[in-house]
Design a protein around this ligand. Structure first.
Ligand SMILES: [Zn+2]
Length: 125
């Protein structure tokens, strides 16, 4: 089939109207976009609170608050005990003065380092 060359000109618009604005929320503290379930987060963190280090954490905290656009990814969720989760509330760890004991990541990353942190947090008899 022979190619044909066409030439058409269009006038440039003076203004462009924005019909829809897609709000992009601020990025979470740690960039790992894989969506996670709450049971997966509790298992990844071995039911240890990311703020006080105690065992038996049974809630999941959004590091960057969900109310401010924080997502449910491995990089934004940590296991937390109910008291720490309640005290932190809708604040970032920095705002709440509650630094994370580890940086939340997908389970495959830094597993060896994570185990060393848990070992260091375990009191010796
Ligand atoms: Zn705690």
């Amino acid at each position: 089939m022979p190619r044909t060359r066409t030439s058409t000109s269009y006038p440039l618009p003076r203004t462009i109207q924005l019909l829809e604005y897609v709000h992009t929320p601020p990025r979470p503290v740690v960039d790992d976009d894989t969506r996670a379930t709450f049971p997966a987060i509790l298992a990844r963190d071995h039911y240890r609170c990311a703020y006080c280090g105690r065992k038996g954490a049974d809630t999941v905290d959004h590091v960057f608050p969900k109310s401010r656009g924080g997502d449910e990814s491995y990089g934004n969720l940590v296991a937390a005990c109910a008291p720490c989760n309640q005290v932190k509330a809708d604040r970032t760890p920095e705002e709440a003065g509650m630094p994370l004991l580890w940086i939340p990541r997908a389970p495959r990353a830094d597993l060896k380092r994570q185990r060393a942190i848990w070992r260091d947090l375990t009191p010796t008899p």
